[in-house]
Design a protein around this ligand. Structure first.
Ligand code: PLP
Length: 379
């Protein structure tokens, strides 16, 4: 079936006992056994429950994976994914990775003997040079949050295969509608489902999608051992959101391009970071590996003062962290999402004080332009 059909139907079969077209929310912690040692497939909700199974089947299908496991947030999913590693293992991570991943790896996981190097993964030579005898994983985010650097996934897969590394890709910014890393050779995909997969800013969630049964076994073990699996109500909300993923992403993509072009022409905007603009350094790679360019845009208004003025004057765009919802969100990475990255590292990777991140929603693009126009006028 096509992507939109799978998004609506996989895992969402009508309820066999009542015919309900929407799967019920199984708001229960335990499942009564028919007889000693005889269950109906579920025993205790930490281990699994029907809403979680339904969502996991759908997400695995959309990413083209063998299996998927969903967690209470993107960070819980990413944390479990890194626990596939053993003390002493080394991972190469995209330099401009999401701030939460930087914090998790450099402040927590290092305490358990894992090693990390932050490398510009858009440069294959730098990645090759960073491989050590104990390197086991290559973890990339493409495009990166918020610097929009694109990494060539197929090229990373070639390095991973050559050096026997696991290639894991954070696909949060594009969703499987616009990019499918497993088809380009990645072994694992992770998501913050809080973003485009859910799409309505009303639930948190994370996913790990796998291709290898041995990894799946370990992730399932972790999910039920740590109790970080997603709860029924949140699974229901994300599953509902996914049903409109195809139409939402098509509109996000169209609006993203319109707003990026508008900002690119604006005299008060110093630079626009959007892989859909031919001026973007990895425009050709984005064109090759993505089905569209998405709706995440970063742009620089030169100073902290100008950034503050802009953020205080937008009305339709909401000043908030997060992204991927139907409503447009605007934020200041240096003081919000990426404040856990030390100032000197932020400067090095291009998260300047004047950098603004926009998650373009699916409102009328003209209304968004009018809002940005009025606020930019004040800067
Ligand atoms: C690219 C990316 N990965 C992971 C995460 C973490 O997801 P969550 O906030 O659902 O834990 C985020 C959150 O902003 C993100 O932007």
């Amino acid at each position: 079936m096509g992507f939109a059909t799978d998004a609506i139907h996989v895992g969402q079969e009508p309820d066999p006992s009542t015919g309900s077209i929407v799967a019920p929310i199984y708001q229960t912690s335990t499942y009564v056994q028919e007889a000693f040692g005889k269950s109906k497939g579920y025993d205790y909700a930490r281990t699994s429950h029907p809403n979680r199974r339904a969502l996991e089947r759908c997400v695995a299908k959309l990413e083209g994976g063998e299996s998927a496991f969903v967690f209470t947030s993107g960070m819980a999913a990413i944390d479990s994914m890194f626990r596939l590693l053993r003390p002493g293992d080394h991972t190469i991570v995209s330099q401009a990775v999401y701030g939460g991943v930087y914090r998790l790896t450099t402040q927590l996981l290092v305490q358990f003997g894992l090693e990390f190097s932050f490398v510009d993964t858009s440069d294959a030579e730098s990645v090759r040079r960073a491989v050590r005898p104990n390197t086991k994983m290559l973890y990339i985010e493409t495009p990166t949050n918020p610097t929009m650097i694109v990494t060539d996934i197929a090229e990373m897969a070639a390095i991973a295969n050559e050096r026997k590394l696991t290639l894991a890709v954070d696909n949060t910014f594009l969703s499987p509608y616009l990019q499918q890393p497993l088809k380009l050779g990645a072994h694992i995909v992770v998501h913050s489902m809080t973003k485009y997969l859910n799409g309505h800013s009303d639930a948190l969630g994370g996913a790990v999608i796998l291709t290898r049964p041995a990894d799946a076994e370990k992730i399932y073990f972790l999910q039920r051992s740590t109790g970080a699996g997603l709860a029924p109500m949140d699974c229901f909300l994300v599953s509902r959101g996914i049903k409109t993923l195809a139409v939402r992403m098509a509109q996000h993509d169209e609006n993203g391009m319109t707003i990026a072009r508008y900002l690119d022409d604006h005299p008060k905007v110093q630079r626009v970071l959007y892989p859909g603009l031919p001026s973007h350094p990895q425009y050709e790679i984005a064109r090759k590996q993505q089905r569209g360019f998405g709706a995440m845009i970063s742009f620089d208004v030169r100073t902290l003062d100008a950034a503050r003025t802009l953020l205080n004057h937008v009305k339709l765009c909401s000043l908030a962290e997060s992204l991927g919802g139907v409503e447009t969100l605007i934020s200041h990475p240096a003081t919000m999402t990426h404040s856990s990255i030390p100032a000197e590292v932020r400067q090095q990777i291009g998260i300047t004080d004047g950098l603004i991140r926009l998650s373009v929603g699916i409102e009328d693009a003209d209304d968004l332009i009018n809002d940005l126009d009025a606020a930019l006028e004040k800067t």
